[in-house]
Write a protein that binds this ligand. Sequence first.
Ligand SMILES: *Cc1c(COP(=O)(O)O)cnc(C)c1O
Length: 397
Amino acid sequence: MLEDIIQLDKKYYMNTFGSRLPVCFEKGEGMKLFDDKGNTYYDFLGGIAVNALGHGHKDFIAALKNQLDKVIHTSSLYYIENQAKLAQKMVQLSCAERVFFCNSGAEANEGAIKLAKIYYYKKGMEKNEIISLDKSFHGRTVATVAATGQEKYQKPYRGLTRGFIQVKPNDFEELKNAVTDNTAAIMIELIQGESGVYPMDKEYVEKIRQLCDEKDIMLIFDEVQTGMGRTGYLFASEMYGVEPDIFTCAKALGGGIPIGAVCARKKAADAFEPGDHGTTFGGNPFSTAAGLAVFDIYEKEGLPENAKSMGEYFAGKLNALKEKSGGKITEIRSAGLLIGIQLKDEIAKAVFNALFEKGFLTSLCGGNTIRVAPPLIIKEKDIDLFVENLENILKEL
Ligand SMILES: *Cc1c(COP(=O)(O)O)cnc(C)c1O
């Protein structure tokens, strides 16, 4: 029973998530989740951009079961077939030439930061500053929180890891002025997800690439959320036509099984030599089997392509709704199936709650924006249902 679970949680779990939404899911199928009372929910958040395959995908479950019957974990002391093959896959499909697997987005970003630093260290250079952006989100570890340009996440941990500074997004002059001889890396999300789906301008990103080339700075793209087909491209860097030196990936990579990846051009990647970095769990036979199955299913079902066409369809419908919303929807920001529906401040929370009441799972970001990041298997009829319900909710407010 939900009440019992809430009691247990309150008593034994650290209070990091406070009062959560009052539901506990028992089963999932495609776009749907079911609670213990048999209520149906439509998953328009996909476990925060994780469940790209939806829930209970048959081929995915079969691949996981197959691997469970063989071996789950062996350690990095030995060669791992799935790990090598998943690295090969990611290199074939991106600008990366080498890959390292870990367990989460934050850990992937830690790896990227370490790689940028050690690259200059091995060249005998003292570069140890990292520039990131205001409103960014890079994770909750000690270093990634220092890279995350949001006061609320940093404040209690003052005395943060040194060397991190943040500048205003989409302001190239400010970024350029922040660069010093000590700048090792510029680290950005191409579309800021957690703070409310804010895309970077193409020209801004192109200029950053140029600046990094001129000043010998590592360019890191955090594609933890934008990667794996979310934007209609396998990686958002393709949409921008700009290649980073290092990029990170996690969320959807394992289809719900925890795995992250640090991906890099060879020049950068070669800075890691035996002993410089490591992991116990990262890239074990099970999580990399999950990653391989995800890529397999992406190819069979054309999921990044579906994200592109469904994303356009979704944004089209939302923009039409915005036009007739009488100012209740103030802006639609989107790339593929990463969508921000910005609402009038006063009604945002009520709209989010009403969507939940009607069984639509989303998240409220940046105070006034509903973030939608559904499974990439989504169909037109799911989108129609969502927009229809949103329209009814807006009418009542
Ligand atoms: C979610 C997210 C992270 C953190 O990933 P975890 O797996 O929670 O550590 C980092 N960067 C971006 C852009 C994210 O969206």
